[in-house]
Design a protein around this ligand. Structure first.
Ligand SMILES: Nc1ncnc2c1ncn2[C@@H]1O[C@H](COP(=O)(O)OP(=O)(O)O)[C@@H](O)[C@H]1O
Ligand SMILES: N[C@@H](CCOP(=O)(O)O)C(=O)O
Length: 288
């Protein structure tokens, strides 16, 4: 059996902690033979545990403590700590592993509730589970979500060479907002979501760049954002935003502008990778 889970790009500007998009980079785990001890084969480096301390197994065993140990092969195309939801992909894969091995018959609603409790916010785990664009919230342990198709858009991700842990990037955010600022910030988010749901990418893009919740505080952690925004706009992009907690910068544009924007950005020689992505429409995939 293999389980694959897509990467996710959270926030889309003002949808902080509540909006995310599934994209076509995958974490895949393959269940191998039953053994006496859990063991994960992977090439993700020595800092990623190969035993029960790995987030995959921590999650699976939290959901179902008495699972039969197995050998597992793990392959991830999702770069770690870059703002593309690597930790959420593992949490979601762990929940699905417990679901399959423990025959738990979890529903989508069960999975999002468990995953949100572990991650703390639903914006990555929700699209990782369901695919597409997902708008979700969680309050008092109750999680709500709405899935929607993403309007047609080209997608480019600039993935810097350096890591930025979500926990570190959350440290720079303010503890409080005035009532006035909270109303202004959520009004921007409301219009951005309405534009996304009605397929108006030009308006959505404008609002996505007016975020007041997080990007301005995090901008100093990702110095490339300003230049990428300037260049992309000069060539007709809809929007640029910090993917999740960063440092990846996502660029959305009309499909026919993608090649030009990509080559303009390549000419800058930023240290990092420029990847053309597509929306994942499936979420968790299990193959027997
Ligand atoms: N395949 C994996 N197996 C185990 N842990 C992982 C894996 N991928 C990511 N992680 C954990 O998640 C951390 C990154 O999570 P985070 O800082 O939220 O960044 P992001 O989710 O944006 O990639 C890694 O440092 C590692 O601890
Ligand atoms: N809303 C969160 C999203 C974190 O996403 P990640 O991909 O960086 O883990 C935040 O902005 O902190």
């Amino acid at each position: 059996m293999t389980i694959s889970v897509p990467a996710t790009s959270a926030n889309l500007g003002p949808g902080f902690d509540s909006v995310g998009l599934a994209v076509n980079l995958y974490l895949t785990i393959e269940l191998l033979e039953a053994t006496n001890h859990w063991h994960i084969e992977h090439d993700l480096g020595v800092e990623v545990p190969s035993d029960e301390r790995n987030l995959l197994l921590e999650t699976a065993l939290q959901v179902s403590p008495s699972l039969q140990p197995h050998k597992i092969k793990m392959i991830s195309e999702i770069p770690l700590a870059r703002g593309l939801g690597s930790s959420s992909s593992v949490v979601v894969a762990g929940i699905e592993l417990a679901n399959q091995l423990g025959q738990l018959n979890l529903t989508g609603a069960d999975k999002i509730a468990i995953a949100t409790k572990i991650e703390g916010h639903p914006d990555n785990v929700a699209p990782a589970i369901f695919g597409n664009l997902v708008i979700a919230n969680s309050i008092g342990g109750k999680t709500n979500h709405v899935t929607a198709p993403m309007p047609e858009t080209g997608l480019l991700a600039f993935i810097p060479d350096y890591e930025l842990k979500t926990s570190d990037s959350r440290q720079v955010l303010p503890n409080e907002f005035t009532y006035h600022d909270a109303v202004a910030a959520s009004a921007i988010a409301n219009v951005a979501i309405a534009a996304l749901l009605t397929g108006d990418m030009a308006l959505a893009g404008q609002l996505m760049e007016q975020d007041l919740f997080h990007e301005s505080y995090r901008g100093k952690l990702v110095p490339e954002v300003a230049k990428i925004r300037e260049i992309s706009h000069a060539k007709g992009a809809y929007a640029t935003y910090l993917s999740g907690a960063g440092p990846t910068v996502m660029i959305m544009m009309p499909i026919d502008k993608l090649t030009t924007i990509k080559s303009e950005l390549e000419a800058q020689e930023f240290s990092g990778q420029l990847l053309e992505l597509a929306v994942d429409t499936q979420g968790i995939k299990v193959v027997y």
